[in-house]
Design a protein around this ligand. Structure first.
Ligand code: DX5
Ligand code: ZN
Length: 211
């Protein structure tokens, strides 16, 4: 399968977001990754549904919404209504994983389930048949520009061994230098913030991240 690149706009200038959306499309990004943070599940704040809805006017790319929020079941339907094509939530953030999956599906979007670096794959294993994607976090969520935690990457192959056809996304500290090893472990969707937005040529960075 073709590697999909989902640049994280966390590293972009939010005041110039309409242009950022257009630039990503011109640079051949496949998806746009939206990092939603609530100051509770993670120690940082970003944006909510309205931001996603406003961006929707400026892009036809797949909107890949990564919810780093406590009790995501409260908001998933609204993120789908705002234009999310895929909504990913953290297994650590809710006591109702099955119900949250159902809410996203009922709203008409694809659903992803994510694990932090210290969470074992076993915690999401019971749900892998019910989701469209598993997101392996390779940094502790909350901030862009961190270094990839190599130990977390083995979970990519582990998920693939349980569920070979499931999309596996990797997020956190991905660079053009380390992406090769992630792809060889089976990663399908690469999230990259700083390595795309700090690159001198965004299109070249996206090309290089395809491996
Ligand atoms: C971290 C976010 C990531 C982050 C990626 O909490 O989920 O999407 O923005 O940024 P880089 O690629 O800079 O690690
Ligand atoms: Zn993310």
């Amino acid at each position: 399968m073709k590697t999909l690149i989902s640049p994280s706009i966390l590293s972009a200038d939010f005041s110039d977001i309409a242009n950022v959306c257009k630039q990503l499309q011109q640079a051949n990004a496949d998806w746009i990754h939206f990092d939603v943070m609530d100051g509770i599940f993670v120690p940082n704040l970003t944006f909510g549904m309205k931001f996603v809805k406003d961006c929707r006017k400026h892009s036809t790319l797949v909107f890949d919404v990564h919810l780093m929020i406590d009790r995501p079941e409260r908001y998933v339907t609204q993120f789908v209504q705002a234009g999310a094509d895929i909504v990913t939530f953290h297994v650590e953030a809710t006591s109702d994983v099955a119900g949250t999956i159902k809410l996203v599906k009922d709203a008409g979007a694809k659903v992803g389930i994510s694990i932090c670096p210290d969470t074992p794959v076993d915690v999401i294993a019971p749900y892998l048949n019910d989701v469209d994607m598993a997101l392996v976090m390779t940094v502790h969520p909350g901030f862009g520009g961190q270094k990839l935690i190599a130990d977390a990457t083995k979970k990519i192959a582990q998920i693939k061994s349980y569920s070979p056809n499931l999309l596996v996304q990797v997020d956190g500290g991905v660079t053009t230098q380390n992406v090769g090893s992630l792809l060889s472990l089976g990663a399908d969707v690469i999230v990259a913030g700083s390595s795309v937005f700090n690159a001198p040529d965004m299109a070249q960075a996206i090309k290089d991240l395809r491996g």
